[in-house]
Design a binder for this molecule. Structure first.
Ligand code: AHR
Length: 550
């Protein structure tokens, strides 16, 4: 173990000599250097990264396992409303405030015919979904999803079938959803009882088309040409839509970066963003090493930086005035309920697939991943925790109700407190060594960031000038000891602690079940004295949030 090096501190400090400014500011505020368990940070509201996108903490619902059927839609449930929607799940998602939900896949979308899922339910065909070997009854489709989304107060992010589907099919769905009327597909929507257009703004142009597992998997150049054609057709129907090109399925792919570059060489001018996916896990390959696991959000930082570099390099090559945004539209912990029986529906409807159990260390890492998204607010404008209900999800259902898994809580805090602007920080404090992770650990898609020194505290701060609030999010990666965060407020003055909560515990492997739902839940921390200098005590193995009135 050793303190974070000067080299790393300067590197972390970012873009504009902030490290030096912060160092002298530390002196100015009279903060002592050198205590082994103390990290120091100066917060200056003029040092802004960017406004945080209101759709940074979205989620994802795929026709997979029990996400839709038995998850959000279950006409036989005692909780069902007249649409067949589970009202308990709707309330939970509404109260959570999920801003955007990606639908209907995922791998599923690459074999999905959207026409099978619209019109009178009795006429809809039952088909075999080849992505998950599952019986798909099509009783829930485009219009049901839009109705559900509006009722829970979330925005739809639609995925398009680029596997078996053509560019024409994609354009037809845009016409069905977004054109007011007077054309073939818009009239069909009206005949289905939806007079008003759905006005779906965000569209994923395919899913993981670089993956050999994907239905219709194709080479990057071919995908880029097809995406360009589809984008032009879609935009002619609705110029206001935002299109997200299908980026690499993750750093574990042998074609990582090459795929993204080639795709963007073809379609840069006609898309608005590019997708990123990544799942993490504390696997056997990782030697079940929790210290290393706690550092894995740094792999997300690195992945974002790498994809930004590709986007901007293609931009420079094209002399384009346009900058792309990043859509991290699949991110989560996922490594236990992953392969074999966990992903084979055996031709049944609503099978139990990918029902990952979550524990304390997963929740702490999910908090760290939320931190990584916040500190990349300048480029990541859309992101989706994958997924929302039952399938690798914060919320699980059974016939009697719902369960909040441990990861629910850091995700909820990100939504609740991650607004306003992300501030640029240069925290200085102790850290620990993590041996370089060999690339690739393919089964979990883990990139090898070559971590080097890992700070014990991972800190991000948001400032909402309109609401006059700030929030400090801190992951304590120290598995043994409490750590302190000394904050010097440069120009803001906290007046009141609105909340100071943590997720922690003695057992990193403890998780919530229907039988024992409260093993990992937020705990209140003793409120620190407010002032221009504040000290936070962060328990070992924790993720915490401090919400302040200014
Ligand atoms: O989210 C589960 C699956 O993970 C999605 O269907 C796919 O896009 C990814 O590989």
């Amino acid at each position: 173990m050793k303190a974070v090096s000067r080299r790393r501190f300067l590197k972390n400090a970012g873009k504009s000599g902030l490290a030096l400014a912060a160092s002298s500011a530390l002196g100015k505020f009279g903060l002592a250097q050198g205590a082994l368990r103390t990290t120091r940070v100066v917060i200056d509201s003029s040092r802004q990264i960017a406004p945080i996108s209101p759709i940074l903490f979205g989620s994802f619902l795929e026709h997979l396992g029990r996400a839709i059927y038995e998850g959000i839609y279950d006409p036989k449930s005692k909780f069902a409303d007249s649409n067949g929607f589970r009202t308990d799940v709707m309330k939970e998602v509404h109260d959570l405030g999920v801003p955007i939900v990606r639908y209907p896949g995922g791998n599923f979308v690459s074999g999905y015919h959207w026409l099978d899922g619209v019109g009178p339910k009795k006429d809809r065909p039952t088909v075999l979904d080849r992505a998950w070997n599952t019986l798909e009854t099509n009783q829930f489709g485009t219009n049901e999803f839009i109705t559900w989304a509006r009722q829970v107060g979330t925005e739809p992010l639609f995925g398009l079938n680029f596997g078996t589907g053509s560019a024409e099919d994609a354009a037809a769905l845009v016409e069905y959803c977004n054109v007011a009327g007077g054309t073939k597909w818009s009239n069909l929507r009206r005949s289905h009882g939806y007079e008003q257009p759905h006005n779906v703004k965000y569209w994923c142009v395919g899913n993981e088309m670089d993956g050999p597992w994907q239905i219709g998997h194709m080479p990057a150049r071919e995908y880029g040409i097809k995406a360009t054609d589809a984008a032009r057709q879609m935009r002619s129907l609705d110029p206001s839509i935002k299109l997200i090109a299908c980026g690499s399925a993750g750093p574990f792919m042998p074609t990582y970066i090459d795929w993204d570059r080639t795709v963007l060489e073809e379609c840069y001018d006609v898309v608005d963003g590019i997708s990123l996916h990544h799942y993490w896990g504390n696997t056997e390959e990782n030697s079940n090493d929790s210290s290393k696991y706690m550092a894995m959000n740094l792999a997300m930082d690195r992945q974002i930086d790498e994809i930004v570099a590709v986007c901007d390099s293609v931009r420079a090559q094209k002399r384009s005035g346009k900058q792309l945004f990043l859509s991290f539209d699949e991110w989560n912990v996922w490594y236990r309920a992953r392969d074999g029986e966990f992903s084979n529906g055996h031709g049944k409807a609503a099978p139990h697939l990918l029902e990952e159990p979550y524990n304390l260390e997963d929740a702490i890492l999910v908090g760290g991943l939320a931190n990584s998204l916040i500190r990349h607010s300048d480029r990541v404008k859309v992101a989706c925790l994958a997924q929302l209900v039952n399938v690798i999800a914060p919320i699980a259902t059974n016939e009697n109700g719902i369960l909040r898994h441990s990861i629910y809580y850091p995700y909820a805090w990100a939504i609740k407190y991650g607004h306003g602007r992300a501030l640029s920080l240069a925290p200085e404090g102790p850290g620990y060594e993590v041996a370089t992770l060999g690339r690739p650990i393919e089964s979990i898609g883990l990139a090898a960031p070559g971590f080097g020194d890992v700070p014990y505290l991972d800190v991000v701060v948001t400032h909402d000038a309109e609401k006059n609030t700030a929030a400090v999010f801190v992951m304590n990666r120290d598995l043994v000891k409490e750590q302190e965060l000394e904050i010097a407020w440069h120009d803001l003055t906290p007046t009141k602690v609105l909340a100071f909560e943590t997720i922690t515990g003695n057992d990193l492997k403890a998780g919530n079940t229907f039988a024992d739902p409260n093993r990992v839940v937020p705990q209140k921390l003793e409120k620190p004295a407010v002032g221009s200098k504040m000290t936070l005590k962060l328990p070992a193995r924790s993720y915490s949030v401090l919400s302040l009135a200014l």
